[in-house]
Design a binder for this molecule. Structure first.
Ligand code: C5P
Length: 232
């Protein structure tokens, strides 16, 4: 499994996104497109960024009945994204349907990963509001195991959870981890953060990095520093 840095393109318009991507001339980072950009610009933003030679992680976190998810995944597969995701809370059946929908006629498909528990969900709220009477770590491990059983490739998780997911699901099971900051950088609104170097040691396969790159004075240099620390 090749390790890579995924740049979170959390911009609200195609114009801002392209102004950012235009700065990268000799390297073409793997980029993450989230709901805001996708909902404002539509599928054309995916096609346009693909055409420029970037790999794309389309972060739309699908969660619906299996049939709807299957059909929607077939659409995303035709868009030729490289990675996409869904909520493991949709159950094993929904995840199996997603894999079916995503698989192309030739048997290939984008990497499919699951969100276990959002990092914004605290254990207290999960127990009191969602009535899940387990620890948040047990829930994360169980959801990761469900994702593996359904045939998914991995999960999105905090770098600090990557080790426990690997222990439960095997080292081939991919961990994609946001919440990354340079040792000398601002943490912003993230709480449980780690550096690219530490994420590498813990066993993350992909780190998702937004503001430390997008808001840097020199984004290309910040990206290269990230790659150097994480991939080596
Ligand atoms: O700017 P920053 O590096 O904090 O961006 C992290 C990216 O990863 C954002 O797009 C954010 O929505 C996403 N993310 C996250 N934590 C999660 C899941 C996704 O920060 N648990």
């Amino acid at each position: 499994m090749g390790k890579d840095v995924i740049v979170a393109c959390d911009f609200s318009s195609a114009e801002d996104t392209f102004a950012f991507l235009d700065r990268f001339t000799d390297v073409k980072p793997f980029v993450k497109i989230g709901m805001e950009l996708y909902y404002s610009e539509g599928p054309s933003i995916v096609k346009e960024i693909k055409k420029r030679g970037h790999k794309i992680f389309l972060d739309l976190k699908l969660h619906d009945i299996p049939n709807t998810v299957k059909k929607s995944m077939a659409v995303l597969s035709r868009l030729d994204v490289d990675m996409t995701n869904l909520h493991a809370a949709g159950t094993v059946d929904m995840m199996k349907a997603a894999v079916e929908g995503l698989t192309r006629e030739d048997g290939t498909r984008p990497i499919l990963i699951a969100v276990t528990q959002l990092t914004s969900t605290s254990e207290e709220r999960m127990q009191n509001e969602l009535l899940i009477n387990a620890s948040i770590n047990d829930t994360i491990v169980k959801y990761a195991q469900n994702a593996k059983e359904a045939g998914l490739d991995g999960v999105v998780c905090s770098p600090l959870e990557a080790g426990m997911v690997k222990d439960a699901c095997g080292c081939e099971f991919i961990t994609v981890t946001p919440g990354v900051r340079f040792a000398d950088g601002d943490i912003g609104d993230q709480v449980r953060v780690t550096t690219p170097e530490k994420a590498k040691q813990i066993g993350s396969d992909y780190i998702v990095v937004g503001r430390p790159i997008t808001a840097a004075a020199d984004p290309v240099e910040a990206y290269k520093r990230c790659v150097e620390e994480f991939v080596g």
